[in-house]
Write a protein that binds this ligand. Sequence first.
Ligand SMILES: Nc1ncnc2c1ncn2[C@@H]1O[C@H](COP(=O)(O)OP(=O)(O)OP(=O)(O)O)[C@@H](O)[C@H]1O
Ligand SMILES: [Mg+2]
Length: 265
Amino acid sequence: MNGPDAARPLLAVARVSKAFVEGPRPIRALHDVSFQVADGEFVCLLGPSGSGKSTLLRIAGGLIAPDQGTVIFDGRPLTEPQPDIGFVFQSTNLMPWRTVLQNVLLPLEIQRGALDDAHTQRALELLRVVGLEGFERAYPKHLSGGMAQRVVLARTLIQQPKLLLMDEPFGALDALTRERMNLELLRVHSMQAATVLMVTHSITEAVFLADRVIILSERPGRIVAETAIDLARPREIGMTAGARYGELAMEVRRYVGNAVAQAGA
Ligand SMILES: Nc1ncnc2c1ncn2[C@@H]1O[C@H](COP(=O)(O)OP(=O)(O)OP(=O)(O)O)[C@@H](O)[C@H]1O
Ligand SMILES: [Mg+2]
């Protein structure tokens, strides 16, 4: 696989700030955040709770507008959600009355109005990729949390988004399922040459998955550090026992610790 192309950022976030004024008092969520994500790159965002990670992801997806700053996606200013940007949120929002297969097909149905056989074949193939072969006709209430999350991933991938925005997608899963989902996500990332920006609370997950880890401070979130993850690809679980992985995880842990300490000082 070719490495990410740093010369051509798919996403460029520049000097973004955001405050929420609806509540009893204004809350500054983000302050002067700038970063870029190259085409094909996998970037993880880490930071304390309330540091504006979800807000940043929503801004990066055109769901909400920043108060200040700009977002450029694929060469153009981003002002609204795009079909080329896929979202996976922590809570699964599957339609309970539709089967797994029908849920995966939903975005195409909405986009195109009608479905053909090729769409169904693609949905079936994606369900195989995420390990849900045999559950095509099951309903969401018959799935475990991890399985439902995999349906959401397949439903997002069927749109073949150029940019995949993921907000703690595996936070609710048990450790083994999470590990399997990480490997599946890496496979998708390399097979579809997708660009990923993912929020996680897990330092080890971030180091295992990402090309780069960006660390936010406590609220209002600012970028306080960035670590390039120079582990080879494809990544394998065995690497997590290696010395380099351990060093990188320690480095990221130190930055995250500093981010919290600075805010408390
Ligand atoms: N729609 C909103 N209206 C008002 N305040 C909001 C809104 N969305 C977020 N906030 C506030 O902005 C701050 C950042 O929230 P955000 O959800 O982005 O944090 P986060 O880093 O994703 O946190 P967590 O790790 O707990 O998910 C919080 O203080 C939150 O209360
Ligand atoms: Mg969040």
